[in-house]
Design a protein around this ligand. Structure first.
Ligand SMILES: NC(=O)c1ccc[n+]([C@@H]2O[C@H](COP(=O)([O-])OP(=O)(O)OC[C@H]3O[C@@H](n4cnc5c(N)ncnc54)[C@H](O)[C@@H]3O)[C@@H](O)[C@H]2O)c1
Length: 379
């Protein structure tokens, strides 16, 4: 008999929907010792919260997250709010003895992140950060191939995350939907929003980063602020590119922008090793490209592996071989791993402590972009 795990989710935007979908689906496809129960959703607008609760099947609503934390019938708090609220909610939730699932990036900067790690570890509560791309089957497969030594020594890691939605200078900053353009709510621009994903995947697959050399640019310097109605300075990085050296001796390039006309969410990664290379692309997320120099000469070439077979990561839980799954399934997998970790008392990563490593890299990137110097990754 699986035990209920009562979820209290804060924020019901893009991620609120992705997580609610994952909680709703996970027990249908995975046999687990716990099953999530959609106990409460919290949002400031009571009417909208009620409508969301009705649509997604939450039992109750709260309009102040502090009241959610006081409830005895909530086991796990899920933070789906803009970045500037992560710290306060996560620390209060840990103090209230709740498990904490927090959206990425963990925090506005590493200093905040350290306090959050401290809080969950002192309270001894299970915790996790939603770096969901780890749980795309083709990405997990890539991780497994590297971990098994199939590529041999790693020479290069290359990652990009390209979008094109903020090019218009008329787009305002701040408030619902556009908090990402407001440094006070987001912390940083593409570095914390998009590169954080690339960095998390890279650290997980290829180990720690030693130092970085970065450049950033803010192409539109002033935008109207939705909350004040005034033109205000834009404090986020619109684009960021950086070089990195991993502790294992490999070299990396990372690039992200919201000004790459034609690209919507083009997260790509490529890893070149001594024997083989792999490449992955979010727009074609169920495929992994593989090149193996050890193949027989005339047959050597890039192979496009359709990562949908029963022996591919997670795929045995879904349909039949050859049928693709999508973006939303990465969240289902993350919930499944979290629940399995709970049952085995072996936390599924990335924990807050794992995600803090990404914050150190982001801080070093932003510092390097300011100083124009190679910068060691902190701590
Ligand atoms: N894992 C991923 O791939 C991924 C993708 C998108 C966003 N995110 C992260 O998820 C978080 C939310 O992003 P989003 O795209 O869902 O944003 P969103 O703007 O769609 O939703 C944010 C939600 O937070 C709510 N909110 C704001 N202040 C609140 C408060 N004081 N109390 C309760 N609710 C409040 C808003 O009403 C809204 O429902 C961010 O940290 C973001 O970086 C992660």
């Amino acid at each position: 008999m699986s035990k209920p795990l009562n979820i209290g989710m804060i924020g019901y935007g893009f991620m609120g929907r992705a997580h609610s979908n994952a909680y709703a689906k996970v027990s249908h496809f995975f046999d687990l010792k716990y099953h999530p129960v959609l106990k409460a959703v919290c949002a400031r607008d009571a009417e909208k919260a009620k409508a969301f609760a009705a649509q997604w099947g939450y039992e109750s609503v709260e309009t102040d997250w502090k009241n959610l934390l006081k409830r005895d019938d909530i086991d796990a708090v899920d933070i789906c709010t803009p970045n500037n609220l992560h710290r306060e909610i996560a620390i209060a939730a840990a103090k209230a003895g709740k498990m904490v699932l927090c959206e990425k990036p963990l925090s506005m900067d590493a200093k905040e992140g350290e306090k959050m790690v401290d809080a969950v570890e002192k309270a001894g509560v299970p915790n996790m950060v939603w770096y969901n791309y780890r749980r795309v089957p083709a990405v997990m497969f890539a991780k497994n191939l590297v971990a098994a030594g199939k590529l041999g020594r790693i020479f290069h890691y290359r990652a990009k995350f390209l979008q094109d939605w903020t090019i218009s200078a008329d787009l305002p900053q701040g408030g619902q939907g556009l908090w990402r353009l407001d440094a006070a709510a987001a912390g940083s621009g593409v570095t914390g929003d998009l590169l954080a994903h690339c960095i998390d995947t890279a650290l997980w697959i290829n180990g720690s980063i030693k130092d970085v050399s970065a450049m950033t640019e803010t192409f539109v310097k002033e935008r109207k602020h939705n909350l004040t109605g005034k033109m205000e300075k834009v404090g986020i990085d619109d684009a960021c590119a950086f070089l990195a050296r991993f502790k294992n001796g490999s070299l990396a390039t990372f690039e992200s922008t919201r000004y790459a006309r034609g690209h919507k969410a083009l997260y790509t990664l490529e890893i070149n090793g001594e024997h083989a290379s792999i490449a992955w692309d979010l727009h074609d997320l169920h495929r992994l490209q593989w090149f193996d120099h050890r193949d027989e000469g005339p047959l050597r070439g890039w192979r496009s592996i359709h990562v949908t077979d029963g022996d591919h990561p997670y795929m045995g839980h879904w349909w039949v071989p050859g049928l693709a799954i999508g973006y939303e399934h990465s969240f289902v997998h993350q919930v499944a791993d979290f629940l399995e970790g709970l049952a085995k008392k072996k936390p599924a990563g990335p924990t807050f402590r794992d995600a803090l490593e990404t914050q150190y890299v982001c801080d070093a990137v932003l510092k390097s972009a300011k100083t124009g110097k190679w910068t060691a990754v902190g701590k």
